[in-house]
Design a protein around this ligand. Structure first.
Ligand SMILES: *Cc1c(COP(=O)(O)O)cnc(C)c1O
Length: 457
């Protein structure tokens, strides 16, 4: 049998609302060409993010009812703690309301002026929290990771030589930690190999630099290791995850990704002094250490979700559905990142819209075109998200201009996915008509969330 089926049946459904292209032209204008400013009811297929948008299982919903809402020592916390300990092998487990709350706490303590945090690629909230602390974030992605159309098995890997160079330039004492993002969200959802993690760990150990894992999509990454890395095909995803975390000194995670939860996150650590400092800050910003900004029911849902996500029928379906969209787009000549990532399809907007210069934000322009054509909401991962200005206010563009179409977990069916590919191919046929954009309002940090733009006529 060739067809990989959705490994679930649907018990509860939610309506989606239809709009016409004419209505969407007006809605997009009123939202200043920013998908974050469009009301969700005006979106037909929402691929803005896979974060917090998963469908929970009946087990998770049952867990929600079982949630223990005690302020201190809740039973749900102990379930959560046990699960996270089993998966990560870490000693101290600190719940937070989201991944970025874990980052804020971690970098408030370890960051600061004159410090450098090195990574394969920092996710935008991670980078923002590092910079907010006064530290600098340095991305050291391997060369093949920067070439969207060149397939390679582990395009999320860190460049080991570049890591060594940065350590000798900046000094190990100024690098409080190294953090590897699995899978590499901002770099196309591409996986990191076990080999690479081992090599990074070796270099870090030589210089006494703790290694952290941004574990948002650890299960997807581990499944890629199982599929692509020699020596792992017979291991379970749980075993692979155990090995992966064994190289780490700590981990941050957003439970809104591979834990199938609608909210939540955690910080997991081995170092007791750091854990104590983090818990002290947690109490001020998130809450008591046995709930950390979450309800007991959330802790219960996360704990169940973390075990479900390692189920291999699920991961096979998950990885295959993204690969399926990518294959169809490649066959139609659409420039897309290859191979497919774990959670999203990434269109290469620079190649898709060569007539739009980077300072007119081709990625954002493509996001708008997909919305008008088919009511699909995606997000730009390019110069609107990562661009900076030089001293003359000229744009320093991002490395790539991508549009991410992130697929929520267990939410859309095969026909939704087929519809999405049809819309993209239709937009590709009409690409010459798409116009560039100009920013009319922006904030100093994470500007893509709130920026207002207009079409350049
Ligand atoms: C989503 C995400 C985060 C931040 O998590 P939130 O729960 O959204 O705060 C950090 N790192 C990566 C790789 C992510 O995908």
């Amino acid at each position: 049998m060739n067809t990989i089926i959705e490994p679930f049946k649907i018990k509860s459904v939610e309506p989606i609302y239809f709009t016409t292209p004419e209505e969407r032209i007006r809605i997009l204008e009123e939202a200043f060409y920013n998908p974050f400013l469009i009301a969700a009811k005006d979106v037909l297929i929402d691929l803005l993010t896979d974060s917090g948008t998963s469908a929970m299982s009946s087990h998770q919903w049952a867990g929600i009812m079982e949630g223990d809402e005690s302020y201190a020592g809740s039973e749900s916390f102990f379930h959560f703690e046990k699960t996270v300990k089993e998966i990560t092998g870490m000693t101290y487990i600190i719940p937070t309301h989201q991944g970025r709350a874990a980052e804020k706490i971690l970098f408030s303590i370890t960051g600061g002026k004159g410090k450098f945090i090195v990574s394969n690629t920092l996710f935008d909230t991670t980078r923002a929290n590092i910079e907010f602390s006064g530290a600098e974030g340095i991305d050291l992605l391997c060369a093949e990771g920067k070439l969207p159309e060149i397939p390679a098995p582990f395009k999320g890997n860190m460049d080991i030589d570049a890591l060594k160079k940065v350590i000798s330039e900046k000094g190990a004492a100024n690098i409080p930690l190294c953090i590897i993002t699995v899978t590499n969200n901002s770099g196309g959802g591409q996986p990191v190999s076990m080999q690479n993690i081992k090599e990074v760990k070796k270099v870090c150990t030589e210089h006494n630099i703790p290694l952290f894992i941004d574990a948002c999509r650890f299960a997807e990454n581990c499944y890629f290791i199982k599929l692509r890395e020699k020596g792992y095909s017979d291991k379970s995803v749980r075993e692979i995850a155990k090995e992966l975390f064994s190289y780490a000194d700590g981990s941050t995670m957003s439970a809104k990704k591979d834990a199938f939860a609608n909210i939540g996150g955690f910080l997991a650590l081995h170092n007791i002094e750091l854990a104590e400092q983090c818990r002290n800050l947690l109490i001020i910003t998130e809450g008591f250490p046995t709930y950390g900004g979450l309800a007991g029911r959330d802790l219960e849902a996360i704990s169940i979700g973390l075990n479900e996500v390692m189920e291999e029928h699920y991961l096979q379906y998950r990885i295959r559905s993204i690969e399926y969209i990518t294959e169809k787009l490649v066959a139609a000549g659409v420039p897309v990142m290859q191979p497919a990532g774990g959670h999203a399809v990434y269109l290469d907007a620079k190649k898709f819209l060569p007539h739009i210069p980077v300072d007119q934000y081709p990625g954002q322009a493509l996001v708008g075109a997909l919305y008008i054509e088919g009511g699909i909401r995606g997000v730009e991962i390019g110069s609107l998200m990562f661009g900076k200005y030089d001293s003359t206010k000229k744009l320093i563009p991002a490395q790539m201009e991508l549009v991410r179409l992130a697929v929520p977990r267990r939410v859309y069916t095969q026909s939704h996915i087929d519809y999405v590919t049809e819309v993209i191919i239709e937009v590709f046929k009409k690409r010459n008509r798409i116009k560039g954009l100009q920013i009319i309002e922006e904030s100093p940090m994470l500007r893509h969330f709130t920026a207002k733009l207009k079409s350049i006529q």
